[in-house]
Design a protein around this ligand. Structure first.
Ligand code: ADP
Length: 859
């Protein structure tokens, strides 16, 4: 029976790799450098049903979305596991079933970018693999390290050479997770099909040679099975790693390894019978024509090719009686290390046991490969994979692997390489030209933009002296361009910023505000503050809701909705109305001490209801907000008490904050040094900022990025207690604070850092930027919108100036009641161009506390 399995078609389409790894024809050669075909995560050749995971954060971040370079489909751009309770426990994994054994030399990982809406990635991960789906092995590099450095951002793919490569049917990517962090991954595997079918080999442990005082180790250092009683069993290792040794066994292809590294070897002194026994187990019964053994042959150092080999065959439980014996032709010292072909005479077997007899004191092997049917099965001999022509006589013991067909193949490869080199040179040459042209046009464009912004800056500085005093930007340019008709088109403006060129995909989506009033109501404010973007076309309320809501987390318990008594409407948000309700028995239900209005049993709560006509995106985001809030517990974060998600309308029950949102609260306030009701003193205002900083400090300790910190998203309770809210949405009321993207999503650009706007980067440091703006709002009692004199387009242009950092950026001015120190040391430091130079929330909190202490001291 012909056992040969061709490479998958997609593997053949990536011949370009051969160009980069031309050593195929050079001897000695390293096969791992040619076997690097993408195995089909990106291209979709690997089917959705073959990708699974330990858990998923939501239906839209299921395992099937974990495909490298694939942002499309109905998902949220990557696989994201659920948050785990124990840090670094490697419990979470994304599993790929390759449907057959593969030789894997390279892996690639990427985070969740989702066109700038995601910023989750795995900084470190491990790999586990299995050949039978039952026994799993943790991959280790040649130094024994298991942890692989992963991604540094959400968009770049990071490739990692698996040194040593692995032979696997199933591979698991195991991100290092943290209870507080959402980690997302997209992956690809590179390699080729492992046609040998060799599942494991069993050999005696290698020996150590002392050569002129030098320790030479011939152990199988990458063997992935077990070692017991000086025998290695149930694994694969150096004999199948696609790397074969040099003539001088003291040297190696691999950098920085010990002498003898490439070889597994034995001294005849410990084998009284004069032979070394090896057993090879295969995936199924095969028809073997030959075996090729790469042997060292340094006769001068007592190393020689085996003198004789006798192979036994087993298809069932017993070894067959008639072995095949073969004696290699007499070699001499002129032969270096080489493959010795051993004919196996079309014997059928699932296991082969070979006894290699010493030809000298030492016997050193670096690779063993098998040919079943008419094909060579060890992919490490890819160059010979075509097998002999149909009329080729059976394997001849003297047959050498370097036959004429190899030469023809090499000739073809050289021709392909030459063609590819020409194409690449042409492409590179074109790119250099384009770059030069682009540079020239960008210089022109920069001048134009600078001049424009100078004009605008001048214009609004005339109207608003405080702004201009901070920005300090006056026209210093001789060339002044009148505003053209297209000026109001923000996407064009942004596209002209040099930084836009870096992130054209992200910013290319910006469009004019108000340009799509027909966009759905809900769509006006999604994506902003969630850690994930919204969407799940496969969302189903009954099934998924409960799986999302019922988890290990007790804070997400279902509360009987009939026990909620409506009192009054508190407000309306994107999801629907927020009601003040009395929750009967909630105190007992929560089984904890809660201070609240109302009688002993009932509790006043705020109930946020999802409007009944909400689409599936809104439902999904509503549930995501529940998931996020249920995991947060801090005095300055609004607490989710319970949920009602058994049927429509979905409700979340949160603690009631008597004084509504901070923006509305402050708008009604007047500033006075010593405060009364509706009058706020500096100390009270800064006390509010301290609480927000404290809440943010908690979020940052969890690596949680809020993305939409602003006074409108903070709530005020009794005694000026402030709590951060809105982990999902913004509100209609504040529509003007947001800038529309693609009619679907909007961005709070006046609170966003330059890198969030231009590069789509949301980090703790961009939250710090938003905190600076929030502090500014507080100290101006929310009497005006940040940069109120600038249009949205001008705000974005100003962002470009922050990026250019030529001193032309306009900062928010110092609020009247703000001490100089708080403005210059704190507020301005939140808006530093370099995100790393911005203070942490810990530092902000401390600084604000000190400011409060100072004020108290003064008073
Ligand atoms: P959404 O997130 O759907 O946009 P919000 O959470 O912003 O809705 O709520 C809308 C309004 O309801 C808020 O401006 C506030 O006045 C009121 N509100 C929301 N939650 C509470 C609460 N826990 N306590 C008191 N009022 C609240």
């Amino acid at each position: 029976m012909e056992a040969f399995t061709p490479l998958r078609p997609h593997a053949k389409t990536h011949l370009v790799f051969l160009f980069f790894y031309p050593c195929l024809s050079v001897n000695p050669c390293v096969f791992t450098e040619t076997c690097r075909y993408p195995l089909g995560m990106s291209s979709g050749q690997i089917q959705d049903e073959d990708i699974s995971a330990s858990s998923q954060w939501s239906e839209s971040t299921a395992a099937r979305f974990g495909r490298l370079d694939s942002d499309n489909g109905d998902g949220d751009g990557a696989w994201c596991p659920d948050i785990v309770s124990e840090p670094d426990d490697f419990r979470e994994y994304l599993q790929v079933d390759l449907r057959s054994l593969h030789f894997i030399t390279l892996v690639g990982t990427q985070g969740r970018h989702a066109n700038g809406m995601g910023n989750e990635f795995a900084q470190r991960y491990r790999i586990k693999y299995s050949r039978d789906g039952k026994n799993w092995v943790g991959w280790r590099d040649r130094s024994g390290r298991q942890v692989i450095e992963g991604n540094k951002n959400a968009y770049d793919a990071v490739l990692k050479d698996l040194e040593p490569p692995i032979v696997a049917h199933f591979v698991r990517f195991m991100p290092i997770t943290d209870p507080s962090m959402i980690v997302c991954m997209r992956v690809e595997l590179y390699g080729c099909e492992w046609l040998d079918g060799l599942m494991s080999y069993s050999i005696p442990d290698g020996h150590q040679m002392i050569y002129r005082g030098l320790d030479v180790f011939f152990n199988d250092s990458v063997y992935d099975g077990t070692l017991a009683e000086s025998r290695l069993t149930k694994g694969l290792g150096q004999l199948t790693d696609g790397t074969w040794g040099l003539d001088d066994f003291l040297h190696s292809h691999i950098h920085g390894v010990w002498p003898g590294y490439d070889y597994v070897g034995w001294s005849n002194k410990t084998f009284p019978k004069g032979y070394v026994e090896m057993i090879f187990d295969f995936d199924h019964i095969r028809n073997f024509t030959s075996m090729k053994v790469h042997c060292n042959n340094m006769v001068s150092r007592g190393v020689r090719v085996f003198r004789q080999v006798t192979c036994y065959f087993r298809s069932g439980s017993d070894w067959e009686a008639d072995p095949v014996t073969f004696r290699p032709p007499g070699d001499d010292m002129s032969h270096g290390a080489h493959f010795v072909p051993v004919p196996l005479r079309d014997r059928t077997a699932r296991s082969i046991k070979c006894r290699f007899h010493f030809g000298d004191q030492w016997m050193l092997f670096s690779e063993v490969a098998f040919q079943s049917g008419s094909a060579v099965y060890n992919t490490s001999l890819l160059s010979h994979k075509q097998g002999p022509p149909a009329n080729t006589p059976p394997d001849d013991p003297t047959h050498k692997v370097d036959d004429s067909s190899t030469r023809i193949l090499i000739g073809c490869l050289v021709a392909i390489i030459a063609i590819l080199s020409t194409i690449i040179v042409i492409i590179l040459w074109r790119q250099v030209w384009l770059k030069m042209l682009e540079k020239a046009s960008r210089r022109l464009l920069d001048d134009e933009l600078t001049a424009r912004l100078a004009v605008q800056t001048q214009a609004f500085s005339l109207h608003h002296s405080s702004l201009s005093s901070v920005g300090g930007s006056t026209s210093m340019y001789e060339r002044v361009y009148p505003l053209r008709a297209d000026y109001q088109e923000p996407s064009r403006l942004i596209r002209k910023l040099p930084e836009f060129a870096q992130s054209s995909e992200h910013l290319g989506k910006l469009r004019q505000p108000g340009g799509s009033d027909s966009a759905p109501h809900y769509a006006e404010a999604d994506i902003i503050s969630l850690q994930e973007s919204s969407d799940s076309s496969t969302y189903s309320i009954t099934a998924v809701n409960m799986s999302l809501i019922t988890g290990a987390d007790s804070s997400m318990r279902e509360f009987p909705r009939e026990k909620l008594t409506f009192k009054e409407k508190l407000g309306e948000g994107q999801f629907g109305e927020v009601h003040l309700c009395e929750a009967e028995g909630l105190r007992d239900f929560l089984d904890e001490e809660l201070s609240a209005e109302g009688n002993q049993e009932s509790l006043l709560v705020a109930v946020k209801k999802l409007r009944e006509d909400a689409n599936k995106n809104a439902r999904n985001d509503f549930l995501k907000e529940i998931r996020i809030m249920s995991r947060l517990r801090d005095p300055n974060i609004v607490r989710l008490l319970a949920v009602c998600v058994d049927k429509d309308p979905l409700c979340m029950i949160t603690e009631y904050m008597e004084n509504g949102d901070l923006n509305q609260f402050l708008v009604q306030c007047e500033f006075c040094p010593s405060c009364d009701f509706l009058f706020c003193s500096y100390t009270q205002l800064i006390g509010m900022a301290v609480q927000i900083a404290s809440g943010m400090k908690y979020l940052s300790s969890l690596n949680f990025v809020h993305r939409d910190l602003a006074t409108r998203n903070c709530l005020v309770g009794k005694n000026y207690t402030i709590k951060i809210a809105d982990f999902g949405m913004s509100r209609n009321l504040y529509r003007g604070d947001y800038y529309r993207i693609q009619g679907r999503a909007v961005l709070p650009i006046r609170w966003m850092s330059w890198e969030s706007i231009l590069l789509g980067k949301f980090t703790m440091a961009s939250d710090v930027w938003a905190f600076g703006v929030t502090l500014w709002e507080i100290l101006t009692l929310c009497k005006e919108q940040p940069y109120s004199q600038l249009s949205d387009e001008q705000v974005i242009e100003n962002t470009g100036e922050f990026f250019r950092n030529q001193g032309k950026q306009v900062y928010l001015p110092k609020p009247l009641c703000c001490p100089d120190g708080v403005y210059s040391d704190l507020m301005l430091s939140c808006w530093r161009r370099n995100a790393k130079e911005r203070p942490s929330f810990q530092e902000i909190h401390t600084q604000l506390m000190e400011s409060v202490a100072e004020q108290m001291g003064d008073a």
